[in-house]
Design a protein around this ligand. Structure first.
Ligand code: BGC
Length: 491
């Protein structure tokens, strides 16, 4: 059976959902009300004021790598190294967002979301990593922030989404040195002093669990190569230190009330069967498996289990550093995609057992992206309990999809809609039970440079033709617009 949806049908669907931009808001709202009252089984709405957003990062979308005084980042060097990126591509051009940012802000607005999480390219601000700032770099983010605010979209800025200035890599070995942590503090202070009159929320670092482990542990992300465990743990410690320094620097140089926290791809543990014993085991596992970053940030110390496991490879640190790392945060950002560990209770000293994944476990269009919607229920619930967190943002969630263009020119990404519907339902379950999730940032606004996969994996709700740079809403854009407009998941 073929899904025979005509161009007009699609336009109607997308129009109902994307109509706000075209001035059709009242019709859409009326349709939504009718739909909601007609369906008694519709899930309860999200709390009033729940923050809906979308996200991107600098190297993945900006392009313009040689313009206006930008320095090189470790990803420029890495992506230009033959064999590192699956399709041989680079972020040189990417989405040309540096020049098309106004058009992209209009895309965000058309989704109806109130928040946009973007990242600032450190090498645009400080081409030498530290020292002399580049005012033209700041100009770009000033323009972007102003454009967002003019369109009623709140900017959420991330300081580090992996594009470390290459000079810091060359000079001190990047995160292998605490000099990089100090340079990060100066960069954070500079940004805070100039943007926090308009940017109220800052994420320091994005996904330490990914960029440290992949970049230094396995050497498959920038900068590589693979380092021994002791150096890997030390690099992670320097990132935690950088985060702590940045929290303090933002408080010292930013406008009072600026909120700051990290965005972490929490090692997400799910009880294989939700018995009280397994839930407890998942809680223990969450604490131990995140001890190297989230744990030390939120507790101001490494767990005994972490230190014992690392043994002679444990990071070297001082009590003063732990104090800096443990500076209180205003929120915790969790990037949640796939369940990483299904666990059960165990008599072993650790108290938990990690189960092996069967090869038949379903995944999305990215092989690592196993489908387990309940992860977005369990990870925030367990994290909130362990660390007493009062404000959580889901700072990223989303999926890649094949995203082929149909004969009618549209993209019917039904698998992405399935994924989002199920994950959002589980997120709502958590919120209904009192887990303090205050906002959600869909990854991603538009297809972009997906790191080692190049342009081969598409995560956007807007499709991007990287030849013409045309952006086209996929069906999932209409789906998300509908969720945002109703503040509830349509069934
Ligand atoms: C990262 C993004 C990435 C996305 C999908 C996260 O790991 O923060 O930069 O594109 O997931 O892989």
């Amino acid at each position: 059976m073929s899904a025979d949806v005509s161009r007009r049908d699609f336009a109607r669907l997308a129009g109902a959902a994307l109509g706000a931009a075209a001035g059709a808001k009242s019709t859409a709202a009326a349709e939504n009300e009718t739909a909601a009252s007609a369906d008694r089984h519709a899930p309860a709405p999200f709390p009033k004021g729940f923050l809906w957003g979308t996200a991107t990062s600098s190297y993945q979308i900006e392009g313009a790598v040689d313009e206006d005084g930008r320095g090189k980042s470790i990803w420029d060097i890495f992506s230009h190294t033959p064999g590192k990126i699956e399709d041989g591509s680079t972020g040189d051009r990417a989405n040309e967002h540096y020049h098309r940012y106004k058009e992209d802000v209009a895309l965000i607005k058309a989704l109806g979301v109130k928040a946009y999480r973007f990242s600032i390219a450190w090498p645009r601000m400080f081409p030498d990593g530290s020292g002399q700032p580049n005012p033209k770099g700041l100009d770009f983010y000033n323009r972007l922030v102003d454009e967002l605010l003019a369109n009623g979209i709140e900017p959420y800025a991330t300081l580090y989404h992996w594009d470390l200035p290459q000079v810091l890599q060359d000079r001190v070995g990047g995160w292998r040195s605490s000099d990089t942590s100090k340079a990060f503090a100066d960069y954070a202070a500079y940004v805070a002093a100039r943007l926090t009159d308009r940017v109220k929320t800052i994420f320091t670092v994005n996904e330490v669990g990914r960029f440290v482990n992949f970049g230094y542990g396995w050497g498959i992300d920038a900068p590589g190569p693979k380092l021994p465990a002791a150096q890997l743990n030390q690099a992670r410690h320097h990132v935690a230190l950088a985060h702590g320094f940045a929290v303090q620097a933002i408080r010292a140089s930013g406008r009072a009330g600026t909120r700051v926290g990290a965005a972490e791809n929490i090692a997400a543990c799910v009880p294989a069967i939700a018995t009280p014993e397994n839930i407890r085991a998942a809680e223990i596992a969450t604490r131990e498996l995140n001890a190297g970053f989230l744990g030390v940030v939120l507790e101001g110390k490494y767990t005994d289990g972490f230190l014992a496991y690392a043994g002679a490879d444990a990071p070297k640190f001082t009590p003063e550093e732990l104090k800096i790392i443990g500076t209180p945060n205003d929120f915790v950002g969790l990037n949640i995609y796939a369940p990483q560990y299904y666990v059960t209770a165990s008599d072993r000293a650790s108290g938990f057992r990690v189960l092996p994944f069967p090869a038949s476990f379903p995944h999305m269009n990215s092989e690592w992206l196993r489908v387990g919607p309940e992860v977005i229920y369990w990870a925030p619930r367990l994290a909130a309990k362990i660390w007493n967190i009062e404000t959580i943002y889901i700072s990223e969630n989303g999926t890649s999809s094949e995203d082929k263009i149909s004969a009618d020119g549209q993209v019917y990404d039904l698998d992405r809609i399935m994924f989002l519907r199920n994950y959002l339902t589980q997120m709502q379950r958590a919120i209904a039970e009192g887990v303090p999730i205050r906002g959600y940032f869909l990854w991603s606004l538009m297809d972009n440079f997906e790191w080692i996969f190049g342009y081969g994996k598409r995560f956007g709700v807007y499709r991007v033709d990287f030849e013409t740079q045309a952006r086209v809403p996929k069906l999932s854009a209409a789906f998300y617009r509908d969720v945002v407009a109703r503040n509830a998941i349509g069934v």
